[in-house]
Write a protein that binds this ligand. Structure first.
Ligand SMILES: [Zn+2]
Length: 442
């Protein structure tokens, strides 16, 4: 949606004044449509299916601000419904409901009942109040130099960003903060919100955001001596309504700024419940008690590492032991010993090169050419190695490749002593061997 320079909103504001916000106490209210926009332009009416922006003279809908997500809900008129998906304040004082006309036709001056989705609002409010408590907990633990740098209050979860004077918060400190906040929740403290003067708020020691512009009259959200902060958001009536919080993570999000993410209420419980089930399943599978799991898993990882090392050694030995057999099977092509075969199954990459070098080494001072092929699905790779006596005869590994690589649908290159390449036709390996043999005969 194009909003241009916001002048269309300012026109509505100039004509009708600010939107009265009722949402601290009411979640449904009667109101009048004073502004209607489609595609960023003022319109007299909007029909079913239209994406609209609706401005009301008064509304219970909270517009996204201070990290708190916007309310959703419905605007219902005599013969229309608008489903509200978002509420923004594009110019101070104005609240714009964004959504879709789901039935009928909405027009300017229409009477509506504006009703907020109560479940979502309650969930967001729990997260917002919990954020204040996490803020207080963090400052209690880290000192007042830990200042809020941002937040998100969404249904069932919160994010709290803060500048940390001491870097990462130790897991133990984080667990203590979480425990303390949960204790405050259980104390079921009253959450009071009141307007007062800025001077009075300062005297009360209310936390305020650095760099934020506040008027002379400010709103304080107060949870007794634990948390007192300037805030325009919506909150629960008592901390007990939040139920519980579960901190999920604490991490850096930039220079000196840390982020705590937490789940709130039933979402926190469900998370813990799911993890409990996971731990129980693991304990069953490993036939251990939950508290023995870390040690048991460490032991398993250790044994697996040892087994992998042993296996690697066995495999390497097997590859190298095949070198002797390959040398014995060497053909004589005009006085040059040629070992040109498909490598044993599973020998590829570094192993293929190691095996080619080993075979070449066993050819000693004889003129010799080693060409090993390795097929994997519809791909084939190959390595060519030459002994120094072969190179003295002008047989350079890199130069031999063009003679046979087309047979396996590939190409490659390298130095006179060692070269490699790949192709896409493993079925052509026998033809490639024949071509290489022909090339040695000159
Ligand atoms: Zn707040």
């Amino acid at each position: 949606m194009g909003h241009g320079d916001g002048s269309v909103y300012r026109t509505v504001l100039d004509r009708h004044g600010s939107t009265e916000f009722l949402g601290y106490t009411d979640l449904a209210a009667e109101a009048t449509v004073i502004g209607l926009l489609v595609d960023g332009a003022a319109v007299p009416a909007a029909r079913e299916g239209d994406s609209v922006e609706v401005v009301l003279d008064r509304t219970p809908f909270y517009a996204e601000a201070g990290g708190q997500q916007a309310d959703t809900g419905e605007l219902r008129g005599a013969n229309f419904t608008v489903r509200v998906a978002d509420v923004q304040s594009p110019v101070p004082g104005l609240r714009v409901h964004r959504g879709t006309v789901t039935a009928g036709e909405v027009s300017l001056d229409a009477a509506v009942v504006a009703e907020v989705d109560r479940t979502r609002r309650a969930s967001v409010s729990r997260a917002h109040t919990a954020t204040h408590l996490v803020h207080a907990g963090v400052r209690g633990a880290l000192g007042t130099a830990a200042a809020q740098a941002g937040s998100l209050n969404a249904p069932g979860r919160l994010r709290f960003d803060f500048t940390s004077p001491t870097g990462a918060v130790a897991p133990a400190a984080l667990a203590e903060i979480e425990d303390e906040v949960n204790t405050v929740l259980q104390q079921n403290r009253e959450v009071e919100a009141y307007e007062t003067s800025m001077d009075e708020a300062r005297k009360l020691g209310a936390m305020m955001l650095f760099g934020e512009k506040y008027g002379d009259r400010v709103r304080v959200v107060d949870m007794g001596d634990y948390s007192r902060e300037l805030c325009g958001g919506t909150h629960v009536g008592r901390t007990g309504e939040i139920g519980m919080i579960k901190v999920l993570s604490e991490a850096s999000i930039g220079s000196g700024v840390r982020r705590v993410e937490a789940l709130v209420g039933l979402d926190a419980f469900r998370h813990l419940s799911k993890e409990h089930l996971l731990v129980s399943t693991l304990a069953d599978q490993l036939k251990a008690r939950p508290e023995e799991l870390p040690e048991r898993i460490n032991g398993l990882v250790e044994r697996l590492r040892t087994a992998e090392r042993d296996l690697e050694k066995v495999r390497a030995d097997a590859v190298l032991s095949s070198a002797g057999a390959l040398v014995e099977g060497a053909d004589d092509v005009d006085g040059v010993a040629l070992v040109a075969v498909a490598a044993p199954d599973g020998v590829a990459g570094n192993d293929l090169r190691a095996l080619a070098s080993d075979v070449r080494g066993r050819l000693g001072s004889r003129p010799g050419v080693v060409a090993l092929f390795s097929a994997d699905g519809d791909k084939v790779s190959f390595v060519v190695a030459t002994t120094s006596a072969a190179r003295d005869r002008g047989l350079a590994a890199g130069k031999l490749i063009p003679a046979f690589a087309p047979a396996v649908g590939g190409r490659g290159g390298g130095k006179p002593d060692l070269a490699q390449g790949g192709g896409t036709n493993p079925a052509g390996i026998p033809d490639a061997v024949t071509a290489l043999r022909a090339a040695l005969r000159g």
